[in-house]
Ligand binder design. Structure first.
Ligand code: RAM
Length: 899
């Protein structure tokens, strides 16, 4: 029997089945999903295609943007493969407005377009829309830290509300509430920027938090980075003495009218129960002094005092561009320990950044003290010395109220262990929770292989990133430092970009690089700069060029390059000015910071230190900067600059060869780092490179396959070995588990994060110099980049391929690994590379995102054995030891004989 379906039904079934194969997902505006608070005039729209089919390419798109039902922009159907960051081109966006946007996408495989819709909400599009005035508490003692005031105001809502939006920032840190309920789920806002030059405000939709009748807004102001002690020598009040608030609530009523509730002299203030709060030292609260209901409408504030108007500007404020700090993973204690001194210590099992929240029913006046440390010494005693002057304590005087839940507000700690004092009776570990705090970056990458210690290394790298990506990329989260060291951020930036989406995180931080750049182009050692004027140091200040370029490569975001280009150029010119006869051989340099020294550890290997001449390092980075400027200038089509930079690069390399190299290619420093940098940046004549590789390998062997590199050599160590066919040596270094090596801290001391020094804890379980030894420092974690790129083999091409439009899957087998699995959410969607060895055979399963292509390099010399789902492949290319072919999107399962 035949069924005759009506033509419309056939058409709709067909269209349904084709629709089912293509979908559009992960819509973003300004690289954020459903953002609230966009103040860019032409925000950029992106989306991803998802399809079960192979070789999917977008052929056209159509974006439409609506305000309510009103169409404010439509691109019409545009024939294009572009799916990332298409700038808005419609009528001026209005402030504080919700927009929905839709994208329709056609591809080369499906008949019907796919559709998806998303939203964004604007912030204030113009500076002159600030009606609010800066206010501070007006409390006499409120300067030079100490006081944490509450500020409040009541207001009437008389009509039904259509929407209500808060715009708020502070000099200091704020926590805001409406009618007793917290505004937003963000912490330590507005984050840390170079406050006097660059300050972000946050936007919150509070429509549901208002009610008809009397309402109240409450804000607590902490000192934060603004006036807390920062860096050394008791530097306080770096940005100002008095904290201040800028608050604007915009209410749109259902009848079309509107109203603003703003910070002004009608607000009232008083001191809170938070008696003290500082970044390094922690927080003190007296819960007996807590003012119940202080942020509710019916609270009697007649005894509170009037606030003062502060005279700060509003014309330099911008809406936040990055993800705010939020709470993330929580940990319960894995053990309760008693130290030899009888102290009670909670072990949370993971070195984290955040604070401890706990439940307690205590007596009025009872004092609970929490002391945060990263390590216990070999006797089980909490190790405080590496905190230097940071107290890192939380003190609470209890009110006697039962079942209180307590946590700090305006500080954070780097810790795994917490010493608890003041409890009565037996501690119940279940009452304590370590809460992690970090910038709300979305996870992008995962990596796993058959070696459990390497997997732990990957975990440690990611924890190092979580702990130190707290609005700014910090060097360490525990001692009296926690600064945005440029060198650390620079060496780790590629790895960071694999682990999490740091596009906006760095876009924001780079604004501070520009803000704090000296008029002569020098870039400070730390950003925001709290260390004073500098002339610039190789590998550190160079972050101003290296990070924007890296972000462009991995995310394909040209805007970052465009925004930073003037700063990048000014910095290169500055270095050019410092260099004499094209040699950057003057001034202070950190160079290959914390490289191996014989006297560092009792179990010295090789008996020679690995200190590299600081100017040799600087010259290599000078060349690196120029190389990136050439690439950036090409991307931005600044063609006239390219020729100049190219000529400069040749001269800089020549100068290097004359100054640091003998005729046979021996370098003045016979260290791993010297050869690594010279090879990485092509500083040597081609004919001498193989000799240099041999010397590098000999050197590594002379240290019995241990690395001896510091901050600047380490990121390029394994990449250089891989590039020059020494992958087995790279794997040996990766898998080395005695000091100095990546796995030593894991094998010998159960590390859960990356350490500042290769032997922050020495083989004999004593500590390195407490003057500088952190257990949560991501720089050496820069090997993560190599693990993704080389073991899993996932990488992007540069130039036209940036952002994984054209990617590479090129896994290097070795190290006895029997499998590796890597995946990464590129701006186009997921790329994956999973390989497994069984006997003489390798399976390689890959996934290539729609609208992209990937060149796959098969790690075999047996060309005829390569099959895709059992079918032989044609058009394979032989490139050196590799066989390659370029594939369109989709999933593929390859098999090949490898032995
Ligand atoms: C210390 C830290 C930091 C490094 C500087 C040079 O403060 O190790 O990570 O960048 O020195």
């Amino acid at each position: 029997m035949k069924y005759h379906l009506p033509p419309f039904l056939i058409a709709s079934l067909l269209s349904f089945s084709s629709w089912a194969q293509l979908s559009v997902q992960n819509l973003t505006v300004e690289n954020l999903s459903n953002p609230i608070g966009i103040d860019r005039a032409q925000p950029r729209f992106s989306w991803q295609l998802n399809s079960d089919k192979q070789n999917v390419k977008q052929t056209a798109y159509e974006i439409s943007v609506r305000s309510g039902k009103k169409l404010v922009w439509s691109t019409g159907k545009i024939s294009s493969e572009n799916s990332l960051r298409i700038p808005y081109g419609g009528a001026n966006l209005e402030s504080d407005s919700k927009y929905t946007w839709q994208v329709k996408v056609w591809d080369n495989q499906t008949k019907t377009p796919a559709l998806a819709t998303s939203n964004f909400q604007t912030a204030m599009m113009r500076h002159d829309e600030w009606k609010a005035q800066w206010i501070n508490s007006g409390i006499e003692a409120d300067s030079v830290n100490g006081i944490v005031p509450h500020l409040r105001k009541t207001f009437e809502v008389k009509k039904p509300i259509a929407s209500a939006t808060v715009f708020v920032t502070s000099r200091g840190l704020y926590e805001a509430s409406l009618n007793g309920k917290r505004v937003g789920d963000t912490f330590l806002t507005p984050g840390w920027t170079s406050y006097n030059k660059h300050l972000q405000y946050q936007t919150y939709d509070v429509t549901k938090q208002l009610s008809t009748g009397k309402n109240a807004v409450g804000v607590t102001l902490g000192s934060g980075w603004y006036r807390t002690k920062l860096a050394w020598e008791n530097h306080k009040n770096l940005y100002g003495k008095e904290t201040a608030l800028l608050f604007q609530l915009h209410i749109k009523y259902a009848d079309g009218s509107e109203d603003w509730i703003v910070s002004d002299n009608s607000w009232k203030s008083t001191t809170s129960h938070i008696l003290f709060s500082e970044i390094y030292d922690g927080e003190r609260q007296d819960l007996r002094k807590e003012i119940k209901g202080w942020d509710l409408a019916n609270f009697d504030d007649s005894k509170w005092q009037n606030v003062k108007i502060a005279s700060f500007a509003t014309d330099y404020l911008n809406a936040s561009v990055n993800e705010p700090i939020k709470k993330h993973e929580t940990f319960k204690p894995v053990k309760v320990l008693t130290s030899p001194k009888g102290e009670t210590i909670l072990d949370f099992g993971q070195n984290v950044v955040g604070w401890v929240k706990f439940k307690i029913s205590g007596k009025a006046g009872q004092m609970i003290k929490l002391y945060h440390v990263e390590m216990l010494d070999k006797h089980g005693v909490p190790y405080f010395e590496n905190l230097r002057s940071a107290k890192a304590q939380a003190h609470y005087v209890l009110s006697g109220e039962p079942n209180q839940t307590i946590e700090p507000h305006f500080t954070f700690f780097g810790f795994r262990y917490v010493k608890v004092e003041g409890l009565e009776g037996k501690i119940n570990p279940e009452d304590f929770t370590a809460v992690t705090l970090y910038s709300d970056m979305k996870p992008l990458g995962s990596f796993e292989c058959s070696n459990p210690m390497v997997n732990q290394l990957q975990k440690n790298i990611q924890w190092g990133q979580r702990g130190n990506f707290l609005d700014v990329p910090t060097d360490c989260p525990q001692r009296d430092e926690r600064l945005g060291w440029t060198g650390d951020a620079e060496v780790f930036s590629r790895t960071a970009a694999y682990n999490f989406n740091v596009n906006q995180f760095f876009a924001k931080w780079l604004k501070d690089v520009t803000a704090d750049q000296e008029p002569d182009g020098a870039i400070p050692f730390v950003i925001p700069n709290v260390l004073g004027k500098v002339t610039g140091a190789a590998g550190w200040s160079d972050a101003g060029i290296i990070i924007p370029y890296n972000m462009y490569v991995v995310y394909g975001d040209k805007q970052i390059l465009q925004d930073q280009y003037a700063s990048m150029k000014a910095y290169l010119n500055h270095v050019r000015g410092l260099a004499k006869n094209d040699l950057w051989n003057m001034g202070f340099q950190f160079a290959d910071w914390l490289s191996y020294r014989v006297d560092d550890s009792k179990s010295a290997i090789g008996q020679k230190s690995a200190v590299t001449d600081v100017y040799l390092v600087a010259q290599c980075f000078y060349a690196y900067n120029i190389e990136l400027m050439i690439k950036a200038a090409k991307v931005l089509q600044k063609n006239e600059e390219v020729a100049d930079y190219e000529a400069l690069l040749q001269r800089v390399k020549k100068a290097f060869q004359q100054e640091f190299m003998t005729a046979s290619g021996r370098l003045i420093s016979e260290t791993q780092t010297a050869y690594i940098l010279a090879l990485q940046f092509d500083m040597l004549p081609e004919s001498l490179r193989q000799n240099a590789v041999n010397r590098l390998v000999e050197n590594i062997k002379s240290y019995e396959y241990h690395l001896t590199t510091g901050f600047l050599g380490t990121p390029f160590l394994n990449p250089v070995l891989t590039r020059y066919g020494q992958n087995d040596v790279a794997y040996k270094l990766l898998l080395q588990d005695t000091y100095p090596s990546w796995l030593y801290p894991i094998k010998s001391h159960g590390a859960t994060t990356i350490w500042e020094r290769w032997d922050s804890m020495k083989p004999d379980s004593t500590f390195q110099d407490p003057g500088m030894t952190s257990f949560n420092h991501y720089a050496y974690g820069a090997v993560g980049d190599w693990m993704y790129r080389t073991i899993a083999g996932i990488d992007t091409k540069e130039a036209d391929g940036a952002g994984y439009k054209l990617s590479v899957i090129k896994p290097e087998l070795g190290g006895g690994l029997t499998f590796a699995k890597g995946s990464y959410l590129t701006p186009y969607g997921k790329i994956a590379s999973n390989w497994k060895i069984e006997g003489d055979w390798l399976t390689l399963e890959i996934e290539v995102p729609a609208n992209t292509e990937s060149t796959v390099y098969f790690p075999t010399s047996d060309i005829s054995s390569i099959k895709n789902n059992g079918v032989a492949l044609t058009d394979l290319k032989q490139e050196g030891k590799w066989i390659s072919k370029t594939f369109g999107s989709g999933k593929y399962a390859f098999t090949m004989k490898i032995r």
